[in-house]
Design a protein around this ligand. Structure first.
Ligand code: DGL
Length: 275
């Protein structure tokens, strides 16, 4: 049986926060990470553009043999995943699988809240898609979801400004808007894979009784359970404990930046998706 790594895709660096948790949870598996850094951010782009970019990226990962791909980007999960699962995969190769980050989070997030009011912070694209509202309602119809888009947060992280006074200003401003909307919120979900880098600041500006949840561990647990339930996919995944990193932009920038997201040194390779 031919085996190959699990693909992990993000618009840029953010998915590394998810891969880090997946790698901790499933250390024996091989992974190929693709960051579309040349075209990031996806958060403010149209549905068609995010779909096109995501599809190109997933096609490339499939060309590397990946039997399963995790779309570790909320924006791409919100805007492109369903169409790829329903309209592309059945014709391309019905044995391949693509999973996102919204569904596994929606399945569990309601358990965190006592007040039944959850704040969701994400990019404009994720918020506008209402994907979280739609998915969470399926599992927790009693939960009220209050969404707020934080368009400045990804650029702050991407530009290494996430510890600056400027970051403080925007984080406080966005959290104030969220809590003014609904002061009873007791759980805030970081529905963007970049935001875990801001978690300490976010906690600083929120009252102590509000818990802040990031997705990495949730997605990692869900993937692990998925592999146990789908042994046909599991047996196609290679297990040498190896990691490969690809970026559509400069590898120098990627290697330098990604340490903050992933914790350890990375040696990436360049790929041009538009060849
Ligand atoms: N990391 C992406 C997400 O989880 C957002 C970054 C972007 O806008 O490209 O939504």
């Amino acid at each position: 049986m031919m085996t190959a790594p699990i693909g992990v895709f993000d618009s840029g660096y953010g998915g590394l926060t998810v891969l880090k948790e997946i790698k901790n949870r499933l250390p024996d598996y091989d992974f190929i990470y693709l960051g579309d850094n040349a075209r990031t951010p996806y958060g403010s782009r149209s549905f068609d553009t995010v779909y096109e970019y995501t599809l190109q990226s997933l096609k490339w990962l499939f060309s590397k043999g990946c039997p399963l791909i995790i779309v570790a980007c909320n924006t791409a999960s919100a805007k492109a995943l369903r169409t790829i699962q329903q309209k592309y995969l059945p014709y391309y190769d019905s044995k391949k699988r693509v999973l996102g980050v919204i569904r596994p989070t929606a399945e569990i997030i309601g358990n965190y809240s006592k007040s039944k009011k959850i704040g969701i912070l994400g990019t404009k694209g994720t918020v506008k898609s209402d994907s979280y509202i739609i998915e969470i309602k399926k599992f927790f119809p009693e939960i009220e979801i209050i969404q707020h888009a934080c368009p400045m947060w990804v650029p702050l992280v991407e530009n290494n400004e996430y510890n600056s006074d400027g970051a403080d200003y925007f984080i406080k401003k966005d959290l104030d808007i969220l809590l003014n909307d609904e002061p009873q919120i007791d759980t805030v979900l970081l529905a963007c894979t970049h935001y875990p880098l801001l978690i300490n600041k976010i906690k600083e500006f929120l009252p102590e009784n509000i818990q802040v949840i990031s997705q990495g561990k949730i997605v990692a647990d869900s993937l692990s359970e998925y592999l146990e339930r789908h042994l046909d996919i599991k047996e196609k995944c290679s297990k040498n404990g190896q990691l490969q990193f690809y970026t559509t932009d400069s590898t120098e920038d990627f290697d330098q930046h990604s340490k903050t997201f992933f914790g350890v040194e990375i040696n990436s390779k360049h790929v041009d998706l538009q060849e």
